[in-house]
Write a protein that binds this ligand. Structure first.
Ligand code: RFL
Ligand code: PHB
Length: 389
């Protein structure tokens, strides 16, 4: 079998890249390790920057998001039992769209089906060969049979635990990492959100976040110890802990209910450089991870996809390799800025084991500065809304 671009990974990076390339007449084959049902059962991101929204329209998959997505023109930061608003519209004339990654992924699967583009699920033992040669190939097992695809390029969109990154020889790759000493326990519940906008709360018992997926579907998170497991947390214990960490008026008005999904995610900052090796390009979580506090993971995947799509288009349209040659440097420049923002939001809002009284005062001073300074709020808003591609 032969194609122009093999895409490894059927998460948002791989699906969006595939959609954009297919629409330009560039042939792709997409390989996904899991079943579609499994991929669509994962509850992940919820906040889309305008750059990603535009890209979804460009890919012809923006219709349902346009209709059902919620426009948010601000967020609340809460501490010491009070909240203050970061007004995106006033500060930067922008907004984000709240639309679940699960729905976005569903839209992209439907669009790929409609195009009839090749997509194999439940592939096993994916191996990349000859990425540093003119004739790369991808080998894998599907339906019990060994298969091979020859291609021009490989897009490694296979997330943090995929095979693509580790195909780059260790002596050609640098990795930068911080693992945080806590996780987020997330709950999805069929209840109206407590607030029309997201609340990010710093509290002495730990961080909490009130988010949503729709006017009748809420998503809440609390910071928990790394050793905690989901079974330890009953729904009642979760709601009690959340209520203790958010301002009293929100705690009093919150509507609780059974959890539809409950999971714990560890928090990590990670970057692999470079994001290209020969004809292999890394996109999204395969190359970098951010802690979710800045809502940047999915959005960074989108800017990678944009740069790679543009580069491949230039190559196929005009034989011009400048876009693919610049891919890694361009993508990483944006990645590091989002890493910085996600790290600073995480440091500001969480409680860290062994934090000194001085450290606590620094967090307090930073929050009070943010509350009082339009300049500080503008910097936060600019980053939250997303730096330009
Ligand atoms: P994904 O989504 O991990 O998809 C990779 C796909 O590759 C498949 N795969 C393989 N396929 C074939 N062969 C192999 N060897 C393979 N190995 C893996 C996997 O099965 C999978 O389907 O990576 P992608 O596409 O780069 O997308 C990245 C985003 O999913 C991620 O950055 C975000 O979800 C992060 N994130 C958030 N990002 C935001 O922008 N805003 C948010 O509000 C936000 N909230 C979150 C988040 C992530 C969270 N978790 C659980 C990690 C909240 C949470 C709780
Ligand atoms: C979410 O709704 O899942 C969400 C929102 C904002 C974040 C992280 C997660 O910063």
């Amino acid at each position: 079998m032969r194609t122009q671009v093999v895409i490894i990974g059927g998460g948002p990076s791989g699906l969006l890249l595939g959609q954009l390339l297919q629409r330009q007449g560039i042939d792709t084959v997409l390989l996904e390790r899991h079943s579609r049902e499994y991929v669509l059962a994962r509850i992940r991101a919820g906040v889309l920057e305008a750059g990603l929204v535009n890209l979804l329209h460009e890919a012809g998959v923006g219709e349902r998001m346009q209709r059902d997505g919620l426009q948010h023109e601000g967020i609340y930061l809460a501490h010491s039992n009070r909240g203050f608003r970061i007004d995106f519209r006033r500060l930067c004339d922008g907004a984000v769209t709240v639309y679940g990654q699960t729905e976005l992924t569903r839209d992209l699967y439907q669009a790929r089906d409609a195009m009839g583009a090749a997509m194999l699920h439940q592939v096993d033992q994916v191996e990349i060969h000859g990425a540093d040669s003119e004739r790369p190939q991808v080998n894998f097992i599907h339906d019990g049979r060994a298969r091979r695809i020859d291609c021009d390029f490989i897009a490694g969109c296979d997330g943090f635990h995929g095979v693509s990154r580790n195909t780059i020889p260790a002596d050609r790759r640098s990795q930068f990492e911080r693992v945080y000493p806590f996780g987020w326990l997330g709950v999805l519940s069929q209840t109206p959100p407590v607030s029309e906008e997201l609340i990010y709360a710093s509290h002495e018992r730990g961080f909490a976040l009130c988010s949503m997926r729709s006017p009748s579907l809420s998503r809440y998170y609390i910071q928990v110890a790394l050793e905690d497991n989901v079974q330890q947390w009953s729904d009642a214990e979760f709601w009690n802990e959340l209520k203790r960490r958010i301002p009293h008026d929100a705690a009093e008005s919150i509507v609780t209910g059974d959890s539809i999904e409950k999971s714990i995610a560890p928090l990590r900052s990670f970057v692999a450089e470079p994001m290209r090796w020969g004809r292999l390009f890394l996109c999204g979580d395969a190359a970098h991870i951010v802690p979710p506090t800045g809502a940047k993971g999915l959005n960074l995947a989108a800017s990678d996809v944009y740069y790679l799509w543009r580069g491949l288009r230039q190559y196929y349209d005009a034989g011009d390799t400048r876009g693919i040659d610049d891919y890694s440097a361009l993508a990483l420049a944006r990645v590091w800025k989002a890493e910085r923002f996600s790290w600073s939001m995480t440091n500001l809002l969480h409680r860290f084991p062994g934090q000194s009284p001085f450290d606590l005062r620094m967090q307090q001073a930073q929050l009070e500065y943010l509350e009082s300074s339009s300049a500080a709020q503008t910097a936060l808003a600019e980053n939250y809304l997303g730096l330009p591609y």
